[in-house]
Design a protein around this ligand. Structure first.
Ligand code: ADP
Ligand code: MG
Length: 456
């Protein structure tokens, strides 16, 4: 590198830094601020960058300066120090050509919803123990949005049906009431829109957009804090409060429960915890088979049970991956005339590996003691033979929670709860499941018990 660069040299340096910066500062911020920035000067040490407004200058300086410095230093092969200056002439319109002559992709300028995928309906959702609670809460919310479970917070690892449930709520609400304003948006697009709004001085318009929303479905909220930090989190909190305080329904999906979210705002966190918090867990093999069967039928394919069983055994922990494997098998069927067999399927989906990571699990003893304590009955009575109502209901609750929160088999649960057989366990579980669907107070109780137990 020469000591002082030609003007085009420093423009090239800047252009070659952009793709890497998009990774480190986030695509949203990069599209909004960095692509429209202009190199004003570079003396081999100080690199002066013109940006469109004070907001952009402060945002970039406070949050991303070291990343930008590091990136340019690496490319220039010597230390580079960036300084930002506001250049009024760089104000949007967004479709203005960039300095290099490339046309900048216009940034999203309309605020609002992402369309719903028609496939993600309640009808297409297979209900099983791993998702029964979340499903019941989602159903309830779509019947009377804003009335009962607000906010509803659904969390799970990736590929277990959060987006599907969120969108199912959206479909159901609009089906009941075509005039209802439903917004489904990923936290990432929300942040994108906020950045656009702030950059273009359109925050008032942005906020107005949310004033008439009836149901706000926010997906992957973990990105709120992870991508851009406090400013977007603040705006999210503002929107959340506006809706919540006017009894509008908020449903949130996340990869972690509220207490594990990386957010700064404790008031936001406690608000998120105040509603119903429901998790989705990995489906057991029977459920995986049922899901595969349903998807295969939707693809117009009837697969033998042993083939469904093979795929379901092989892929445990992610329904999206399960579907991917199935689609690969379907594609093979439509492209060749080979009859399917287990060895052939094994070959087709050879690259899919069994990937499951055990979740932290509670002990049965702990759960039983906790419930006994909450319901003012003795553990001894709970595990004993008595069948009067004061003792049967707490026993049912404890059995339900054990099945939800542990990997214990029906037989093991029955054994613990006083040597009862597996059908008694199943009966208790079903009783509580049914109550959850009809009795709000039971759903709230279970919500609270799960929260407390999982906080251990
Ligand atoms: P997440 O948002 O949790 O990552 P998705 O909602 O995108 O997961 O689900 C991944 C895929 O699995 C989707 O195609 C979805 O339709 C499917 N899926 C998840 N749960 C179920 C279920 N219970 N029944 C049927 N399909 C499901
Ligand atoms: Mg999702």
């Amino acid at each position: 590198m020469p000591e002082t660069m030609s003007t085009s040299g420093c423009h090239e340096l800047w252009q070659s830094a952009l793709p890497q910066l998009a990774e480190s500062v986030g695509h949203a911020a990069c599209d909004s601020f960095l692509r429209s920035a202009e190199v004003l000067d570079y003396d081999g040490d100080i690199f002066v960058l013109g940006v469109a407004n004070e907001f952009a200058r402060d945002w970039l300086t406070q949050r991303h300066l070291s990343a930008i410095n590091a990136c340019l230093s690496e490319l220039a092969d010597k230390p580079v120090h960036v300084q930002m200056q506001v250049v009024e002439a760089l104000q949007p319109p967004a479709e203005a050509p960039a300095t290099s002559g490339q046309v900048v992709k216009p940034v999203t300028v309309t605020f609002g919803s992402t369309p719903l995928n028609p496939k993600y309906s309640f009808e297409n959702f297979v209900v099983a123990d791993c998702n029964r609670f979340a499903h019941a809460a989602a159903q309830q919310v779509s019947k009377s949005p804003g009335k009962s479970y607000n906010p509803l917070f659904i969390h799970s690892r990736v590929g277990l049906g959060k987006t599907h449930l969120l969108q199912a709520i959206g479909h159901k609400v609009t089906e009941h009431n075509p005039n209802a304003q439903v917004i489904y948006i990923s936290a990432e697009s929300f942040v994108n829109q906020i950045i656009t709004a702030m950059r273009d001085n359109r925050t008032a318009e942005f906020r107005r957009k949310y004033r008439n929303v009836d149901v706000w479905l926010v997906d992957d909220i973990q990105f709120i804090a992870a991508i851009e930090g406090p400013a977007s989190e603040e705006e999210f909190f503002h929107t959340f409060n506006t809706l919540y305080e006017t009894n509008k329904q908020v449903v949130i999906a996340s990869d972690a429960p509220p207490r594990h979210l990386q957010i700064m705002n404790d008031r936001l966190r406690s608000r998120l915890e105040m509603g119903i918090v429901a998790d989705l867990r990995c489906p057991d093999v029977e459920t995986r088979i049922a899901i595969l069967d349903k998807k295969a039928q939707a693809e117009g394919l009837n697969l033998a049970r042993e083939i469904l069983g093979y795929i379901a055994e092989k892929i445990e922990s992610n329904i999206r991956v399960l579907e991917g494997a199935l689609l690969k098998v379907c594609a093979h069927v439509s492209l060749t005339d080979q009859p399917l067999s287990v060895p052939l399927v094994e070959e087709i989906i050879a690259d899919y590996s069994i990937a499951s990571s055990p979740q932290h699990r509670l002990s049965i003893q702990y759960i039983a003691e906790y419930v006994a304590d909450q319901r003012n009955c003795s553990l001894e009575a709970m595990l004993g033979p008595k069948r009067n109502q004061e003792i049967v209901w707490p026993r049912h609750l404890a059995i339900y929670l054990t099945r939800e929160l542990t990997d214990s088999s029906l037989a093991a649960i029955g054994q613990f709860f006083g040597g009862r057989d597996h059908s008694t366990v199943l009966h208790a579980y079903t009783k509580v499941s049914e109550k959850i669907e009809t009795d709000e107070s039971v759903l709230w109780d279970i919500n609270e018990y799960k929260r407390a137990l999982q906080a251990q």
